[in-house]
Design a protein around this ligand. Structure first.
Ligand SMILES: [Zn+2]
Length: 279
């Protein structure tokens, strides 16, 4: 059981034992989902914020500054890794979506459902902008989303969708940590989450525990990553890999060779891999 606050002063007790655990079946926003959010948010470029309608006390940092969006025109929407930034002439604000944050623009979201967002509930709106005509808000039942004045990408590595082979080598080669942890580390490569890293390592035949990888293996991981991201984007998101969300349960078989998939915590996250072909 978990006490859940809706941020409106009312509290209730939810039975979360029936909810999927993000570490197992983490259908949570990763780079592909946030890119979809960015695409949706680009609809509001050129619009002036008539009112900041929601500033959840847990989700929004420095609310007095964020409130300053009011009256300003959105000039651009950018994304680096899993961070989306709304720009105005004088103020830019970073949006982080946490485990269950979804963006809704003019009543539509690019993603119908995340693990924790089974349905829309106005009580889950944590940050909202009204444009007079239309609106943009973040719906987040779990309240792990964060909205704050921009940090200009501070602490983030190059974006996983565009990182070059050379940059990737510099960020990853020789690191003395499990490759799974290195790829999840947003300061080495920005944007990858649990599902995507498992998928990439599965495709690259690399055991997630391996450390200090040689350049050839690092190049292979880079190539698989750059190939899989646009592929899964076309298929609808991070969950749509070969090592799909359906296989992320004990007893599943590797879709390539039928071996029983292994499962353990690597890099702090529940990890699935094939002990037969991932070495
Ligand atoms: Zn296999």
């Amino acid at each position: 059981m978990l006490i859940v606050s809706h941020g409106t002063g009312d509290w209730f007790v939810a039975d979360v034992t029936t909810w999927p655990r993000p570490t197992d079946n983490g259908f949570v926003p990763e780079i592909l989902e946030v890119e979809m959010y960015a695409e949706a948010a680009r609809r509001v470029i050129g619009r002036r914020v008539s009112r900041v309608t929601h500033l959840d006390s847990l989700v929004v940092g420095e609310p007095s500054i964020v409130q300053g969006l009011e009256g300003k025109r959105i000039t651009d929407v950018t994304r680096l890794g899993k961070v989306l930034t709304l720009h105005t002439s004088l103020l830019a604000v970073d949006l982080h979506f946490g485990m269950s944050g979804r963006i809704v623009v003019d009543g539509r979201s690019p993603i119908d459902e995340l693990s924790y967002a089974a349905s829309d509930d106005s009580r889950w709106i944590r940050f909202g902008l009204s444009f007079g005509k239309g609106f943009l808000y973040i719906s987040d039942p779990r309240r792990f989303a964060r909205v704050q004045p921009t940090r200009h990408g501070e602490g983030l590595g190059p974006d996983a969708m565009t990182i070059s082979k050379q940059q990737f080598r510099e960020c990853v080669t020789g690191r003395n940590a499990p490759i799974k942890a290195v790829l999840l580390d947003q300061s080495s490569v920005a944007g990858l989450g649990n599902m995507l890293v498992d998928e990439i390592l599965w495709r690259a035949d690399v055991d997630p525990h391996r450390k200090k990888l040689d350049a050839a293996t690092v190049d292979l991981i880079h190539a698989k990553m750059r190939a899989v991201l646009p592929q899964l984007a076309r298929r609808g998101g991070s969950h749509a890999g070969r090592l799909s969300v359906k296989l992320r349960v004990p007893g599943s078989a590797c879709p390539r060779d039928g071996a029983l998939l292994s499962r353990a915590t690597v890099g702090g996250r529940t990890t699935f891999w094939c002990p037969k072909h991932q070495r």
